[in-house]
Ligand binder design. Structure first.
Ligand code: PHE
Length: 454
């Protein structure tokens, strides 16, 4: 029997379903609807999607299972959790550094995520005001450009987004996080289906499918592979402790692997649907797939401006996008909040407020990356791009690599076997993927992509 407590001091999800919803809520967010479509476009489509799907299946899914498992076994925030697990397995306490890296990554991600969530909130207002009605592609694009050119407006919406986030973080696990997620997932899903339906009516649906699913490996660069793998971690919220923290609130007798597969399926489905909603509009309007972070804001409003009931659907879509972003943003500082509550005895309110404020302040640099500082570059990237690259493409995969190594090279086999409760064959599959395939895959991609292997 493990020496760690069997229930977290922060409370527990009321049921398996509650955990699935919360973890899916953390997974499905701007990553699926805002980021996946535009990085797919920047990296040439088809081959990128295939590599991304391979990373999800072979690397990210086993690590998702691993991270839930470690969290549930530790029953503590990632920093203390890794400490406790290392002690239990007779390994060096330095493993808690892994928890620290996650705390920092989550904080950095939140700082820019909140800015983009702010864009989505601003677009709810525009949709409700009927601002898209009758506009063509160029006008929609100009609207986005004049919006992001104005730092004070971005700062205003970033502030609102961070306040939203802090509000829920402060209210705590069950009351704050659970209640929200239940309603919004189905809503988001239905609106995406409607938008895919609109895509069908543009006459460019086949072209979009060909772009997304015909792999052309000559277009695939080493850095595209790094981005695809980084995104597999980002989109599932793994490699930084969020899922570990959520796993620590998970009831004891639930199947970790089955739960993980549901999360992966939902997350992947939403990302692919988002692509199928956006790309027909891109091609129908002669837009550039490589438009970058503005892609979703420069495409879907065209559809809302033309379809019947576009005002209603537009508003509902951006509301659902905000909610999806919200259930993700609250998860990002959960590792840090839980740490401060455990080690300093702080209230959630105090921890959440302080962290939220700090992330808000850092977010100002991202706000400026879209206007005044757009051309202030390091390694060819502005501040926002640098932050995104550092977290998604380096910190999360590195965190995932270390989690996989800990769970399969350091932790006794009996411990993981007991905690996962899998049938023997499934256990072996998980173990082979987590012990060899995932770590090697991550190492090769990172070293090669960062130019260290020539
Ligand atoms: N998975 C979230 C998304 O796709 C982002 C996220 C990353 C959330 C890391 C938590 C931790 O939008």
């Amino acid at each position: 029997m493990p020496s760690t407590p069997r229930e977290s001091i922060h409370g527990q999800w009321s049921s398996r379903l509650a955990f699935v919803l919360a973890a899916t809520g953390a997974a499905v967010g701007l990553g699926n609807i805002w980021k996946f479509p535009y990085i797919m476009g920047q990296n040439g489509g088809g081959a990128f999607v295939l590599v991304y799907l391979a990373c999800i299946l072979l690397v990210a899914t086993p690590i998702l299972i691993t991270e839930i498992m470690l969290g549930r076994r530790a029953r503590r925030s990632p920093v203390h959790g890794m400490q406790a697990l290392a002690r239990e397995e007779g390994a060096p306490a330095a493993w808690s550094l892994l928890g620290w890296m996650g705390v920092i990554a989550g904080f950095l991600i939140l700082s820019y995520y909140s800015v983009i969530m702010g864009w989505a909130i601003a677009y709810v207002e525009r949709a409700l005001a009927g601002s898209f009605t009758g506009l063509e592609g160029p006008a929609i694009k100009a609207m986005f450009q004049s919006f992001t050119a104005n730092p004070l407006e971005l700062l205003f919406w970033h502030t609102i987004a961070m306040l939203f986030t802090m509000l829920v973080v402060v209210r705590g696990v069950r009351a704050g996080l659970e209640a929200f997620t239940t309603l919004l997932m189905p809503l988001l899903f239905i609106i995406l289906l409607i938008l895919v339906g609109y895509g069908l009516s543009t006459g460019h649906f086949a072209e979009a499918l060909a772009f997304m699913f015909t792999p052309n490996f000559s277009k695939l660069s080493a850095s595209a592979v790094v981005v695809a793998m980084g995104h597999a971690f980002f989109t599932l919220s793994i490699g930084m402790g969020t899922i570990m923290a959520y796993g620590s609130y998970m009831p004891e007798r639930t199947s970790i692997a089955r739960t993980a597969l549901i999360i992966v399926a939902a997350d992947t489905l939403v990302a692919l649907l988002a692509g199928m909603a956006i790309y027909p509009i891109v091609f129908a309007n002669g837009l550039e797939p490589s438009a970058g972070p503005g892609l979703v804001f420069q495409t879907l409003p065209i559809a809302f401006g033309q379809m019947s009931f576009g005002v209603v659907f537009g508003a509902l879509f951006f509301v659902a996008l905000v909610l999806a972003a919200w259930t993700s943003s609250i998860s990002m500082i959960e590792p840090a909040v839980a740490y401060l509550v455990e080690s300093r005895g702080w209230s959630r309110a105090r921890a959440g407020t302080l962290l939220g404020f700090a992330a808000w302040a850092l977010g100002i640099l991202t706000v400026l990356s879209f206007n005044h500082w757009a051309e202030v570059r390091l390694f060819g990237k502005n501040f926002f791009e640098l932050l995104d690259f550092l977290t998604s493409n380096i910190m999360l995969p590195l965190g995932g690599l270390l989690l996989a190594v800990f769970a399969t090279w350091v932790m006794r086999r009996a411990s993981s076997f007991e905690e996962l409760g899998l049938p023997a064959a499934a256990y072996v599959l998980w173990r082979v993927l987590t012990r060899y395939v995932a770590p090697l895959g991550i190492l090769v991609v990172l070293l090669h992509g960062l130019g260290l292997l020539g």
